[in-house]
Design a protein around this ligand. Sequence first.
Ligand SMILES: Cc1cc2nc3c(=O)[nH]c(=O)nc-3n(C[C@H](O)[C@H](O)[C@H](O)COP(=O)(O)OP(=O)(O)OC[C@H]3O[C@@H](n4cnc5c(N)ncnc54)[C@H](O)[C@@H]3O)c2cc1C
Length: 425
Amino acid sequence: MQRIGNLGIIALVILTIIVWLVFPPEYDGRANFERQYAGEIIGSINIVLMATALFLSTRPKWAEKYFGGLDKMYITHRQVATTAFLLIFVHVLTVPISLTGWALGNYLAVIAFTGIVVIVLNSLAPRIAFLNKLTGGTYEGWKKLKKYIGVFFILGFIHSLTIGKPLHAFIAINWVQIFFIIGTVSYLYTEIFGRFFKKYVPYSVEAVKHPNQSTTEVTLRAKTDSIPTHRAGQFLFVRFTSNKTLNESHPFTISSAPHEDVLRVTVKASGDFTHALFSNLQAGMDAVVEGAYGLFDYKTGGQKQIWIAGGIGLTPFLSFIRDMNGSLQQDIDFYYTVRHAEEALFLDEIEAAAKKNPRLKAHVRFSSRDGSLNVDDIVKNAGGSVQAHHIYMCGPLPMVQAFEKKFLALDVPAENIHFEEFNFR
Ligand SMILES: Cc1cc2nc3c(=O)[nH]c(=O)nc-3n(C[C@H](O)[C@H](O)[C@H](O)COP(=O)(O)OP(=O)(O)OC[C@H]3O[C@@H](n4cnc5c(N)ncnc54)[C@H](O)[C@@H]3O)c2cc1C
């Protein structure tokens, strides 16, 4: 089920190629007809992929189950957008370009191409060191710039209709037009009218605690009775409207249990917003919450489980253990790893949960003292084999990726490996 979304996108691309091949354009005797034809197919795939990326940006809650959660939808969004970006170059290199006799569409192509390249390079910057240095961009700066991607998408489509000699391919062009409409409506939904459909719930900050030198635990109480329900392990988007710097929507896991009458989030100071939250957030401030999202849920996994939390990746597991009532159905080895003892959070609660739920075995590891957590220890504690286990992970991306690789090498089926992605860029 969780792969249907990605397979669906691949199917749309294949279908686009089929539509162009089954309903080819009329040959009108022009030179370079084949190159123009191939270029149009690539351009159409581009429109389909960009429309899909814009659609995924609308955060459709109903589609989460087809992608494995909103965090995974963002991964797909990133991959789709990157593929579309690369295809723009293939399109430009394929279509025959003449430097004379330009029509409106040619100028629009240059504008759309430049806009998209600038925005995409900026969004790839955190992953490519030299680009990061070059742009020096913050997440908010990137988000502001990214707002314009839809404008360039629209210009890119209009370009295809207004070039000097478009191909006569009625059905294929209409097929692509459907995606132009989907992409444009999605873009307008994200930037303009989506706010009238999403549920933004007013909360107030009831308490602010600092369990260590870099972490803030925020307790939020709803100001209204009609609040959406959530499952343990889900996340929300929150902004604090009383403070200008904190009035930015950021995703955080709900670290409290669903039965509590408040919401709690536990936030590590890692960048501008989260440092400002650590320093400036105070009880009594107003907040607006949207969500909950996510499908990270151990209750849907098998009977034998391994949980791995690295650093602030503890938060979904915190929600899991706060939700336990002593009648745990699964056998769980829970590894919580931090560098130094001072960084460890809520150890007393983890120990208490393990005492109350004998099937939960907690292993806390301070890597500066005990060395890094390694897969051999995990396999040993699991009785020598992990093939039948469901693995749940949340933590720094390199850690999660390294473990994923090792578990796959140990023949753990890919569908048994679950992780929460804390990075939306
Ligand atoms: C599903 C999910 C659950 C999360 N749960 C927690 C949690 O329980 N506790 C916790 O401490 N952190 C959590 N995070 C991470 C948290 O959202 C980021 O650390 C925070 O937004 C960083 O903002 P910053 O301005 O301080 O840092 P920056 O240095 O500006 O950003 C660092 C990175 O954080 C991400 N990020 C920044 N701003 C946003 C934003 N507005 N929306 C989305 N992503 C953003 C980007 O990947 C960015 O590259 C979670 C993230 C996700 C996606």
